[in-house]
Write a protein that binds this ligand. Structure first.
Ligand code: SAM
Length: 297
């Protein structure tokens, strides 16, 4: 069974699990060695993951330990190496290997109309808001991966005849993801949740792949940017999507991210998050519905 970790709510360790470490441990001569090995391994994996992110110019300390540690074996597989030491040595001198490592450590899973109930709510809000819009829409998809999320919003706006002069920006810190977004060619498996009404906005590329039609692609632009470090695109946005990225950040970095995104929203604009994400601590953001937060006017 494949577990989609992005839909798991992460819990802080309970007091009882924490207290295990402070309990005196009865060590037999057999138990001492394996215990030490198990403690060291995750630490080495974490140090390696943080080294990779820092080398790529990202704020390594902003990311939570657990998801990073879990991805290290996938990273070694992608590099076709057996040990962290070999990987560290290769990454130090090879930029392609560095990009491969970042691409596996920062999970890029995405698809069109991902999480249908949340997108149905978004569609309702877009329709409602579109009736009072007096100027073109401005939308920003943060941590957009290969762009399926932003293309979904472009299709929804096109369906409402609201795409004219709209500005839709997608940004991600991984250059490979942004290159794929620009190309806009997707395997058919990624459109499994797309409502039938939006299918006409895709054209067949070949037997297995589709591509958004030209008006949809023309409305979008893409940027390689680190949202934790780089300034947001200029101007304020009617809608910002930042989904399934905040869950990988530690508390302080996530709070800073939500504050930054709130500042980039116009009053009355909406932030769409993933299910496991709550932009806590930002006074001006009010929950409208699951995954949707409105900035107070
Ligand atoms: C799991 S994907 C989410 C894609 C899409 N938002 C969705 O929910 O379907 C998370 C994305 O966040 C990006 N990301 C992680 N840290 C980032 C940062 N500091 N700045 C910009 N993008 C980042 C990753 O590269 C990855 O593509």
């Amino acid at each position: 069974m494949v577990l989609n970790t992005e839909h798991i709510v992460f819990h802080a360790p309970s007091a009882s699990s924490l207290s295990l470490t402070s309990r005196p441990i009865r060590r037999s001569s057999h138990s001492a060695k394996p215990l030490k090995r198990h403690q060291e391994k995750p630490d080495a994996a974490e140090a390696f993951a943080r080294y990779v992110l820092a080398r790529a110019g990202l704020k390594d300390n902003a990311y939570r330990r657990q998801p990073l540690v879990r991805r290290v074996s996938a990273c070694l597989r992608a590099l076709r190496l057996k040990s962290i030491e070999e990987a560290r040595e290769l990454i130090a001198r090879d930029t392609v290997a560095l990009h491969t490592a970042v691409n596996t450590l920062l999970i890029g899973v995405t698809e069109f109309y991902r999480d249908p109930p949340a997108f149905e709510m978004l569609e309702d809000w877009l329709e409602h808001e579109n009736r009072r819009m007096t100027r073109p829409w401005r939308v920003w998809s943060v941590g957009c991966s290969d762009g399926a999320e932003l293309y979904t919003v472009a299709m929804l706006l096109h369906h409402m005849d609201a795409l004219r002069d709209a500005e839709l920006v997608g940004s991600d810190c991984r250059a490979e993801a942004i290159a794929r977004a620009e190309r806009g060619v997707y395997h058919r498996g990624l459109i499994r949740h797309l409502p039938e009404s939006l299918l006409p906005y895709l054209r067949t590329k070949n037997a297995t792949h589709v591509q958004p039609i030209d008006p949809i692609r023309r409305a979008t632009r893409w940027q390689v940017a680190d949202v934790l470090d780089d300034p947001p695109p200029v101007g304020s946005f009617d809608l910002i999507l930042c989904r399934n990225m905040g869950i990988y950040l530690d508390g302080a970095a996530a709070s800073g991210l939500w504050r930054k995104l709130c500042a980039a929203l116009r009053p009355g604009g909406v932030l769409m998050t993933g299910h496991a994400e709550q932009p806590s601590g930002v006074a001006r953001l009010c929950r409208m519905a699951s995954c949707l937060y409105c900035k107070e006017s």
